[in-house]
Every structure is written in structure tokens, then in C-alpha cells.
Ligand binder design. Structure first.
Ligand SMILES: [Cu+2]
Length: 366
């Protein structure tokens, strides 16, 4: 409501300025009333072009200085560095070209402004010039596209080499569930048609499939550092997108099909918390939270960095809060944690009510 009022006030102020300008123009009877721009008008417009050029350069520098800290910290996956490098080079080229072309555009706009007695030069074409300004973008763009395709193919090569850990990410409005293949590292068959809410089979696992019994279903994803993970994504209802920004990973979750993504985490959660950018972000966030605490507002508990899985497709009302914590730890810590989890078979065998998954607090069914 306040925003609407502000917009209305701004519109009224703009109308008032426009009307006052009109009155001012009408009162200047002595000046030329011609609608055709004269030399002075053209010169003034030329100077304004320079002012605008300075404005866009200044705002660019200001944005770099002020907002760079909101960028993601260094990648925590094996492929992440390639991905970041490709993006950095693409941005550097775009930035360099745009800085020069903007300056030329504005300068020529000023230099060849309209002037009395100035005549435009008739210049039909110049094959050499056209060749140069065609071939340079062709070479640069072809290079970027080929490099991009090469990087993309490498990242999207989901295969079973190097004994990857198999993990299913199951999306539904509005939460994530993860499933491990268990001892045999093979996921049991599952289908949304086999979901049995009464019997707590929330992911629709095929109970007759022998691979399903040892599957481990969790609400907090633990990954051992240095081991490749093959993710198999499913969705129960609408399009979701599994987005793990720190690992430079994203893949749509599509109802009725399984999509895949694979990466190797290379930094444990504990190591990432030591990263200078991450530590700085935690410090800044906790300063805001301390202020909130002092004012008695909520969301004021001190925050600690964790990797996160987010939904990156607007999938409904609570999309913004569809997330799951990811913990990357050493092989020993991972095994220890895995031991404390109950398998799908064990959870189905108990007669307690509640969905058949392990909660982050422990393998209980509440
Ligand atoms: Cu979603």
C-alpha cells in the first residue's frame, strides 16, 4: 500500500514538473519558438550524452565495489572451478567490449551532432571494415560457444565410473527428501503410484523389490568429501529444480521422469566455514541478527554456514522455503552418521505411526 502511494506521489510530482516546464516555455516569448533543434540544443544534448556515459561508468564501478560481496564463494565441487572460470572469462570479454563501445557510441554521438552548414558524408560501404567487424565477433563467439559446449559436456557426463554414491532427491510441494541406495548402493524401484500414506511409504518404494529394503531415507543430506555422487531426481507433483549453488549444480525435477546430475564435493562443511568470503558473510549476517535480537525481533538467532539444496523453480506458495541442509564430511564421519540411520525396511517393520524417513534429529518416526 505504501509503495502504491509513493508511486502515485511520484507520478503527480512528474506531472507537476511537466506542467511547470510548459508554463515556463510559454512565458519565454522572446526566445525562438521553433520546434526544430538549433546548434545550441544539439550541443547541449551532446554534453548530456557525456554526462550519461560518466553515469553508467560510475554506477558500474559503484556496483562492483558495493555488491561483489554478494557473489557466491569459491566452488565446493570438482567441476565448479571450470564453470566459474568460463563465466569469469565470458564476463571479462563482455565487460571490456561494452566499456569501449559505450565510450565510442557516446563520443561519436557528440562529435557528429547536427550543426548548421554541416553536411553528411556519403559513404557507400567498405568491404575491409565490414569483414573486420564481422570476423572478430564470429571468432570470439565461436570460441566461447565451443568452450562452453566442452565444459557442459564434461559436467553433464553422468556415468558410473569411480564407484559413485547413488542418491535420489525427491521433490514435492514444498520439501525435499533424499534416499540412499543403502549397503548395496542400489536404489529400490519407486513410483508415485505406489505411495501409501497409511503405511507411511511416502516415496512410493516398491516393497517387493529386494533392493528397496536397505534404502535409507533422510531429511538432511550427508555426503562424504571426495567421492563422486550421482543424483537421480524425481518430482511428485509439479516442476521443481534442485539447486545446490555452492556446488554449481542445478537440475530440473520433472514429474514422471528421472533426471540426473553428478558432482564430487571437494570441501567439507567445516573447511568451507574457514573460507574468508564465507566467514565474512557469517559475520555480516550475525551483525544484522544481533541488531534484530536487541530490538526483540524474530529471526535473530546466530547463523552458521551450511551447504544448502534449494528449489529454483517457482513451484507454489511456499517455494521460497523449499530447502534441505547438506553436510559434507569425512568418510569416517559419514559412515558413523549412516550407521545411526534406520533403513526403509526397518522403518516399515515398526508399527509406529508417521512417515518412513529419518529426521535430522535421529532415526525416530515422529
Ligand atoms: Cu519447488
Amino acid at each position: 500500500m505504501t509503495t502504491l502511494l509513493i508511486l502515485i506521489v511520484l507520478a503527480l510530482v512528474a506531472i507537476a514538473i511537466w506542467q511547470m516546464t510548459k508554463i515556463f516555455e510559454l512565458s519565454q516569448l522572446k526566445t525562438e519558438s521553433s520546434q526544430i533543434a538549433n546548434d545550441d540544443d544539439n550541443k547541449n544534448n551532446g554534453y548530456m550524452l557525456f554526462a550519461f556515459l560518466i553515469f553508467i561508468y560510475a554506477i558500474t564501478i559503484f556496483s562492483f565495489w558495493k555488491y561483489s560481496k554478494f557473489l557466491l564463494p569459491e566452488a565446493a565441487s570438482a567441476h565448479g572451478a571450470d564453470y566459474d572460470y568460463l563465466m569469469l572469462v565470458s564476463f571479462a570479454i563482455i565487460f571490456f567490449v561494452q566499456t569501449i563501445t559505450q565510450a565510442l557510441l557516446h563520443y561519436f554521438g557528440y562529435k557528429y551532432r547536427g550543426e548548421k552548414n554541416k553536411k553528411a558524408l556519403f559513404y557507400a560501404d567498405n568491404d575491409r571494415l565490414e569483414f573486420i567487424w564481422t570476423i572478430i565477433p564470429v571468432i570470439v563467439l565461436a570460441g566461447l560457444i565451443l568452450w562452453g559446449l566442452y565444459t557442459w559436456t564434461n559436467i553433464m557426463d553422468v556415468n558410473d565410473e569411480d564407484d559413485p554414491l547413488i542418491v535420489e532427491l525427491y521433490a514435492q510441494q514444498f520439501n525435499w527428501t533424499a534416499r540412499y541406495g543403502g549397503e548395496d548402493n542400489v536404489l529400490g524401484k519407486a513410483n508415485v503410484r505406489m505411495i501409501d500414506i497409511d503405511r507411511a511409504n511416502v516415496l512410493g518404494l516398491d516393497e517387493a523389490d529386494t533392493y528397496a529394503a536397505d534404502d535409507v531415507i533422510v531429511k538432511e543430506l550427508h555426503l562424504p568429501v571426495g567421492r563422486k555422487v550421482n543424483f537421480k531426481m524425481r518430482s511428485q507433483d509439479v516442476l521443481h529444480s534442485a539447486y545446490m549453488p555452492h556446488f554449481r549444480a542445478q537440475m530440473n525435477c520433472v514429474p514422471g521422469m528421472t533426471t540426473e546430475f553428478s558432482f564430487t564435493p571437494i570441501k567439507t562443511t567445516a573447511e568451507m566455514r574457514q573460507n574468508a568470503d564465507v566467514a565474512d558473510k557469517v559475520r555480516r549476517t550475525n551483525a544484522i541478527r544481533a541488531e534484530r535480537a536487541a530490538n526483540g525481533e524474530d529471526n535473530s538467532d546466530p547463523w552458521e554456514f551450511d551447504y544448502i539444496l534449494l528449489c529454483n523453480k517457482i513451484c507454489g506458495k511456499s517455494h521460497y522455503n523449499m530447502q534441505m541442509k547438506i553436510i559434507v564430511e569425512t568418510q569416517e564421519e559419514y559412515e558413523e552418521w549412516m550407521k545411526s540411520q534406520q533403513t526403509f525396511g526397518q522403518l516399515m517393520a515398526t508399527n509406529e505411526p508417521g512417515p518412513a524417513f529419518n529426521t535430522p534429529l535421529g532415526a525416530d518416526r515422529n
